[in-house]
Design a protein around this ligand. Sequence first.
Ligand SMILES: C[S@@+](CC[C@H](N)C(=O)[O-])C[C@H]1O[C@@H](n2cnc3c(N)ncnc32)[C@H](O)[C@@H]1O
Length: 246
Amino acid sequence: MSKFENSEWAEKKHAKNFMENANIYVLERQRLLGILRSFYRYFSSSMSSEESIKVLDLGCGEGVLTLELLKENDQIKATLIDGSAEMLKNARENLNNYNNINFIQKTFQQLIEDGSGENILTDGFDFIVSSLAIHHLYNGEKKSLFQYIYDNLNSGGFFLNIETVKAPTNELESWYRVIWKEWIQENQIKLDVKKSFEYLPEQYKNNPDNHPDTLETQLNMLKSIGFKQVDCYYKYGIFTIFGGRK
Ligand SMILES: C[S@@+](CC[C@H](N)C(=O)[O-])C[C@H]1O[C@@H](n2cnc3c(N)ncnc32)[C@H](O)[C@@H]1O
């Protein structure tokens, strides 16, 4: 099994670096978040309004996804999980003004292990969301986490994953890194950033903490677990949004 403790995310410096610079190099980050909000608006409207909508944010980082959902509905009940104490500290600060927010420091590996025993999550969830976190798990671990997600969704609940995937061929993978780099170049000009992050697509490829699987593999995993309406909802190079409904 992979170990969160051995990954760069266990380092405070790495976590801080991501929080400071993600808007510069995560491809179309604002669009990804906009689609997340649209998805929430559309599908939450058909859910019962008697109880608060329950959201689980896996690999929450500093809480960006939950913050976006709170802009749509400040009454949601959210649980945020991350392996990093540094990330959770920032998430707590960013979500300070909201009630009904629960923070848990656990790694995905621990969740998978717990999944076969006592569940730390007492509630079922209407939305389980994640962004740029699950690709750190190996293939078999991803499937176990997807199963854990399915088991903790309410019937009719949705899983939405913003995630980098492996391209189906090396040639496409190589082009996708080029379009990512071109986007970073454009974005740096737009944001008037002096520091350059153009090296990142290459670094992502060589980083031993990244274990992306193809989109097809992951969509098939979701279908085999029993998710419905499984699809890729957005894609730009290796950046995707995919998921399914219970
Ligand atoms: C690229 S950051 C994304 C953070 C946030 N979701 C966002 O989009 O801004 C990845 C996050 O996943 C967390 N993470 C990575 N591997 C993990 C694991 N095995 N278990 C729990 N959290 C993990 C990291 O600590 C980090 O907060």
